[in-house]
Design a protein. Structure first.
Length: 677
């Protein structure tokens, strides 16, 4: 007989949600029509339901979420048990499924109303992650805590009065088995009941920690069970306290409660979003004191710090007062500090609360707690573009929003792609969101460029490569691309409905999966959709203003470099690059950290210093665009990271998608006479 949880895991792994979903005409990657509310079938035909790699989904219109079992029930009208049986058959499961749980454990103080190792189905129905209500189970576990000297002693060892834990809803199950084996120990279900402290995080989810030293490490940690999680002691946000501590784990919160403070626990730094979403719905008047763990590993520590920065950004947007504090000293977390140095822990907590008294955002606190860390982070994240002349003046790339603008045919996409390739070749991760050109077009451009770099005389352009032409120099370039670039560059094919929410989700998943901060390229601004928030914009300019603002916010909250390509007004095609060129492209001048523009170097000639002579100017520009190679200048109009204005010259070979740095002398000096025909 197969356990229900194991059955559900196998079904999710083997039966694809897409069997029950329909893509709408203009849907982006992993976006579908919602079968529950019908969103995605309207005039714009844009998908509202997002499918994740975990084979689960969320509809951003009706907020419905679930897995393939929910989709099957919706389509067929079957009850949960019947749906599981039907999908189990599809998944190739031949064993009988145990929907009933185990017999009551009367020997452990249970009674006939509770089914042993897992909460009993309500009214004879099997609970799903969405409908589970473990209230009866929590009450049972609290009763066991009162009876168990073993569990009470465990709390005492952790420096916590078990009465406080009982008052906060914690309990004890002598033989709990809340979760499957951890991923490091394999994906298949491996039962391992053990005496566990039960920590409710919502009515439908809890975590359990083994108190038996003989329990293998992988099964001893906080294994979770159930549906949607919650914040531990969320109600304390609204208890009217001057301040509330925000920590990672329930035992850290209990450590603060033990000394008379208000504290909530996220249960994991991955739940920072849950906190700010909770506060969006119902703000708190308390100042939040953020006290995350002092994780030993540098990568883990940086991930935790990034989550803390992300949370503070959102709290500031919500006008929720917050400060950061280290209450753990040299110890890993608050509970370890309480056990190892109770008096030192109390002093650290008192120092943290003092920050909230009058000036929570004062610069002294910033200098003592965050300034050195942020300086070190900026130093560590500085990357080079790979263009020696540009790097000499820009001093590399920093976290923030860069805008690269130009008229058509000047190679702005080509320059950005070459920059992306060079960053990847230097060892950094790169994401390139290409909304116009396919992955084939982009990769063939890069291969063409490599043939030109190797020998311009035998170089092969991108079009023949896309058509299958593969002489020796192309074969060599492909090998070079695979060895130097391919494994660190991801090209994400978008479409005209790609929005910032999709980009944000993709970057967040990428950071979580690779433990790296990628450089992000977006091609291009004018067809990028703002976040799908349901609001109506008055004009295209309003949409672009919003998109620029959201990209800036994304770059700060995720601490990444974002380089977005922008087109220019046609009215400025015959004038040097200036902020006026961007006036109809949104609030770039005020929002972006760095603004770059490409222009033909011929615009420095005397002909373009005066009004009129439109015919001659147009002709000169056409001549310059027909030159092979073309002479292109990058102009920086704004730079928050150094010299405010600089220029870098390039020679552009459009046939081979290649830019090469050129000396400043290639630009025609201002005032030089035009001697064209």
């Amino acid at each position: 007989m197969m356990n229900l949880e194991q059955t559900k895991q196998i079904i999710r792994a083997r039966v694809d949600c897409r069997n029950y979903l329909q893509k709408s005409k203009n849907a982006g990657t992993d976006m579908y029509i919602c079968p529950f509310c019908g969103s995605g079938t309207g005039t714009n035909r844009t998908g509202a339901l997002k499918l994740y790699r975990t084979n689960t989904f969320t509809c951003f219109s009706c907020n419905k979420s679930g897995d393939v079992i929910d989709l099957h029930m919706n389509e067929t009208g079957e009850r949960f048990a019947d749906a599981v049986k039907a999908l189990a058959q599809q998944a190739g499961i031949t064993e009988e499924i145990d929907f009933t749980g185990k017999a009551p454990r009367k020997d452990l103080g249970g009674d006939s109303s509770f089914n042993g190792n897992s909460p009993a189905p309500l009214d004879g129905l099997v609970m799903t992650a969405q409908t589970a209500d473990y209230t009866d189970y929590y009450n049972y576990c609290r009763e066991q805590l009162v009876k168990s000297r073993e569990a009470q002693a465990y709390f005492e060892k952790r420096g916590i009065d078990w009465i406080n834990a009982y008052a906060m809803g914690l309990g004890f199950d002598p033989q709990a088995d809340p979760a499957s084996a951890p991923g490091a120990m394999g994906n298949e279900y491996k039962p391992h009941p053990a005496p566990r402290i039960i920590i409710p995080t919502s009515a439908s989810r809890y975590v359990g920690r083994s108190i038996d030293p003989a329990t293998p490490d992988g099964y001893k940690k906080l294994n979770s069970k159930g549906g949607v999680t919650g914040l531990f002691q969320e109600d304390l946000l609204y208890a009217g306290a001057d301040y509330v501590f925000v920590v990672e784990g329930a035992f850290d919160a209990l450590s603060l409660i033990q000394i008379g403070k208000h504290a909530i626990a996220l249960n994991s730094t991955s739940n920072v979003k849950l906190l700010w979403e909770t506060l969006e719905k119902k703000p708190t008047e308390s100042t939040l004191i953020l006290c995350f763990d002092n994780d030993p590993g540098p990568k883990t520590r940086e991930k935790v710090k990034a989550k803390e920065r992300e949370l503070k950004e959102h709290l500031q947007r919500l006008n929720v007062s917050c400060v950061s504090a280290n209450i753990s000293g040299s110890y890993k977390d608050a509970n370890e500090a309480l056990v190892s140095d109770p008096e030192g822990f109390r002093r650290a907590v008192a120092s943290a609360t003092a920050q909230t008294a009058t000036r929570p955002d004062n610069t002294l606190d910033y200098m003592e707690t965050r300034m050195d860390e942020e300086i070190a982070r900026i130093k560590a994240s500085n990357r080079l573009t790979g263009f020696t002349n540009l790097d000499a003046k820009a001093k590399g790339l920093y976290s923030g929003l860069y805008v690269l603008a130009a008229i058509s045919s000047l190679g702005k996409t080509t320059l950005a792609l070459q920059m992306a390739d060079q960053i990847a070749a230097a060892g950094d991760e790169v994401l390139f969101f290409s909304m116009e050109q396919s992955r084939l077009e982009m990769v063939s451009k890069s291969i063409a460029r490599l043939t030109a770099k190797n020998d311009i005389k035998t170089a092969v352009s991108a079009l023949p490569i896309r058509q299958g032409y593969e002489p020796e120099q192309v074969v060599y370039a492909k090998k070079l691309y695979k060895a130097q670039i391919g494994n660190r560059l991801s090209i994400i094919e978008g479409n005209f409905n790609c929005d910032i929410s999709f980009i944000r989700d993709y970057i967040q998943r990428y950071i979580a999966q690779t433990d790296t901060k990628p450089v992000v390229f977006i091609d291009y601004l004018q067809i990028l959709q703002p976040a799908a928030d349901g609001k109506t914009r008055n004009s295209k300019k309003d949409e672009i203003d919003l998109a620029v603002t959201e990209l800036k916010r994304l770059s700060r909250e995720l601490d990444v470099t974002v380089i977005v390509i922008s087109s220019l007004n046609r009215a400025n095609y015959m004038t040097p690059f200036a902020f006026e060129s961007l006036k109809e492209s949104g609030g770039i001048e005020y929002t972006a950290d760095v603004v770059w523009g490409l222009q033909l170097t011929c615009l420095d000639e005397e002909l373009f210093d005066f009004e009129g002579k439109l015919k001659k100017k147009r002709k000169r520009i056409e001549e310059a665009k027909e030159e092979n190679p073309r002479k292109i200048k990058l102009v920086c109009l704004k730079n928050r990271y150094g010299i405010s204005h600089y220029e870098a010259n390039f020679t552009y070979y459009p046939a081979y998608d290649l830019f090469t740095p050129a000396p400043d002398s290639i630009a025609a000096p201002a005032g030089k006479a035009y001697k064209g025909k």
